[in-house]
Every structure is written in C-alpha cells, then in structure tokens.
Write a protein that binds this ligand. Structure first.
Ligand code: ZN
Length: 437
C-alpha cells in the first residue's frame, strides 16, 4: 500500500494564528504534564523492584501477586484519556482543539516506547524531555474529518484552502500534488510551525494512504475533482472546459465589421496613390492593430487562467485548417476564424509550460457528434444545441463535446464506464476510421 506525504504551506490570518498558537501551547503543556505522569510511573516501578528485591536482569513479573501488582506503564488509551483530563482541569486549554490535545497522549506513549526499546538494544533514544517554549512545534489531526480540503472550491478552479478543526478556513499554498489525491486516502495531518525570527511559517503535512496509486482515472471518478479537464475548441465559444469554464468569443471582428467596411468603402472610392487613400489606409491599419491587440489581450488572459489552476488539460489535436474544414457553414467558419483558435492553442501550450500544466492532445474525431449520454454517433449538425437522435439528450454542443474530449483522453470508452473493454459502437467506428484497426 503506497504511502505519500504532501506538505503545503498555510497562510493563517492573525486571529487564526492566535488560535493555532494556543493549540500548540496547550499541546506542549499537556506533553509536559503527561511526561511528569509517566516519570512518576518509572519511579514507582523502580521502587517496587527494590521493595521486592528483584535483582538486575531478573523478570519482575515473577514477583507479582494479586494484592501487590507490578506497576504497569499506562497504555496509549489511558494516556490519551489523561490528556483529556488535564485539559478539563486547566480551563485555558479548553479553547484549544481537543482532539489535537488528546493526541499528545499517543506522542508521549511512543516516546516512552522508544526509550524502553533503547534500554534493551542500546540505541540512542533517551528519556523523553520536558519541552520548553519553542521546542514544541507541531500538533496533529488524527483523521480527515478534523481537517478538510475545499474540494468544491478546487473544482471551480479556486486557490486551495483548508478547514482546520478549531482554527477555521485557512488559505493554503497551491500544490499541484494535492489536486491529484482523492480525499478518501487522506489520513493523519500534522500542522507544524517554523520559527522565522519573530514571525512563524506554518505548514500542514498530510499523510496519504492509497489503495492504489492515484492515477488521474481514480481522481476523475471521484466526482468532485477539478482535474484533469477536457477542452473543446469552438466557434461561438472559443473554449469550453469540462469544469464549467467558458471562454466566450470576443467577437471583436464582428463588432468592428461595420467600421471596417466603411473604411474599405472609402478606400475603394479614392484614387490609387492619392493623398486621401493613404489617409484611409492609415485608418485601416490602425483599426486592424486595435482589433489584434484587444484579441491578443483577451486570449492571453484566458489561457493564463486556464493553465494556472489545472494540472492536465486534454485538447483536440487539430490543426486550425482541419478545424475550419469541420465547420459546417460559412457563418460559423467566419466566427471560428474570429475566435483565433490557432493563437489560443499556441498561447495555451506556452502558458502550460510556464505553470507546469500538461496539455495533452486527443484524437478529435466525432467529439462533437457523439452523445455523452447514450454514446451513439449523430449526424453532423450546425445548431448551437446538441440533440441526440437516439435518446433525446440535449446539451450545448460544446458542453457535450468537451466531455467527449476528456473521456477519450482518459482512455475511457465514450460513455465513461470503463476503459478499453466494452467500447461502444460509435467508439469502434471512430477507431476504425482513425487508426484503421
Ligand atoms: Zn444519446
């Protein structure tokens, strides 16, 4: 069973940090109290041996009687309960997160076990020490329920934040790895402090125990996942993503068409080489440049925001030429050219390299025509809405297509039910046509 740890930085607000420090102090105080309690046991144990006259190296339990039992070292459970008792007695510790405080019982138990072992095998673990301020830097959440990831936020492409028991929602650094792990494999987590002079840096280390290595497939099946995504390039919408993001066609060209036409009309009325003609040509260049600039600006912004928050993006593997051929009518061809799919893809690849998100090309055949509900292949259509001829399923054509892109990228058959085995008719036809197999 593979284990992994994922460490991410936390950025608590001042009042959250106050609560984290309080929990830390409460844990330290509890640690010292429990240490005292355990030392007391070792003292009683030594006294008992002395009283009974047990010699060095002899098994003390042989001297044990029902009325005079050998003092037993408290169990992990007893120490945890004891930690809770200390918390009840010391009122200020009640404001600290209870589970983290009780977990200190496990820590001290383990520390003493190491010491006992060292007595036998001469290793270097010493008697657990009392901890002074600054020598105790972490507390533990024992299960996922006590802390959790904002998976819904991640799903919508937001920056990660975590809910920490007793602390609240804390902003966290973005770590691509965290997005690849299903929350079901997240177990214990340790919040730790690193002193940086007067201020502190905070981290959370999450221990993951996965039944299988999480590949993107299990992640995907975990419904809440943001990653990976499928991206469909279109005409009316420049791009549509499976996680709900849409890049609308800015239609700069269309908006400026009238202006453009007016200038061109004027140019055609002037004589070649005339002063007037040069003036209008200047206007034309100026307008075209403006269109180009605003288009570029929009595409830059859109591709950056897509690449920033996603680790793997499946896109149709098409040259723009092929795409244009796929467009069914003159109107949508025009729109498509306007959407600058070529520039979009170039920028997306470039941004992907910058942010480390993977852009994976996927065979594009029929992605817009296959029904994501029943998996059957429909006839070519030019409407905005996809309407399945077989099962009546309707969806925006790009929303339907991007799901197909994702599924094919994941190696699922087009219904998303399984990989390889049990491919649908439509998928089989696609494969035959594309690969010849
Ligand atoms: Zn259908």
């Amino acid at each position: 069973m593979p284990y992994r740890t994922v460490k991410i930085q936390l950025f608590p607000k001042p009042e959250q940090e106050k609560r984290m420090l309080l929990t830390l102090h409460a844990c330290r105080a509890t640690y010292n109290d429990l240490n005292e309690y355990c030392r007391d046991f070792t003292k009683r144990y030594d006294e008992w041996r002395e009283n009974m006259g047990v010699e060095e190296g002899e098994d003390a339990s042989l001297y044990e009687t029902d009325t005079n039992p050998l003092p037993r070292f408290p169990s992990e459970f007893e120490l945890t309960a004891k930690a809770g008792e200390f918390r009840e007695i010391n009122l200020w510790r009640r404001d600290a997160y209870g589970t983290a405080v009780r977990e200190v019982g496990c820590r001290i138990y383990k520390a003493y076990q190491r010491w006992f072992d060292s007595l036998v095998d001469d290793s270097s673990a010493g008697l657990p020490r009392f901890r002074s301020e600054g020598k105790y830097d972490s507390f533990t959440y024992t299960a996922y329920e006590q802390y959790r990831l904002d998976t819904q936020g991640l799903f919508r492409g937001k920056k990660p934040r975590m809910f920490l028991g007793g602390i609240g929602w804390v902003r966290a650094s973005d770590n691509g790895i965290i997005r690849r792990y299903p929350v079901s494999c997240m177990k214990q987590a340790v919040v730790s402090r690193k002193k940086m002079g007067k201020s502190n840096k905070w981290y959370i280390t999450i221990f993951c125990e996965c039944l299988e290595m999480p590949d993107n497939r299990t992640w995907y099946m975990d419904a809440e996942t943001p990653d990976p995504v499928g991206l469909d390039l279109g005409a009316r919408r420049v791009a549509t993503l499976t996680d709900g993001m849409v890049v609308e066609n800015h239609r700069t060209m269309r908006k400026n068409e009238k202006k453009l036409a007016r200038i061109q009309r004027k140019i055609s009325k002037t004589e070649k080489g005339s002063e007037e003609r040069r003036k209008y040509l200047g206007h034309l260049r100026h307008l075209l440049k403006r269109i180009e600039d605003s288009k570029n600006d929009l595409l830059q912004k859109a591709t950056r925001s897509i690449a920033q928050d996603r680790t793997k993006i499946f896109v149709e593997d098409l040259s723009v030429r092929d795409l244009l051929d796929l467009q069914d009518n003159k109107e949508s061809r025009k729109l498509f050219r306007d959407a600058s799919a070529g520039t979009f893809m170039r920028l997306l690849r470039y941004k992907g390299e910058e942010t480390g998100s993977e852009i994976v090309p996927v065979n594009p055949a029929y992605t817009s025509r296959i029904c994501t509900k029943c998996g059957k292949l429909n006839d070519p259509f030019s409407e905005e809405t996809f309407r399945c001829r077989f099962c009546g399923f309707t969806k925006h054509r790009d929303d339907n297509a991007c799901v197909n892109v994702l599924r094919r990228g994941m190696g699922f058959d087009i219904l998303g039910t399984s990989s390889i085995a049990g491919i649908t008719e439509a998928e089989a036809e696609v494969r035959k046509n594309v690969t010849g197999v």
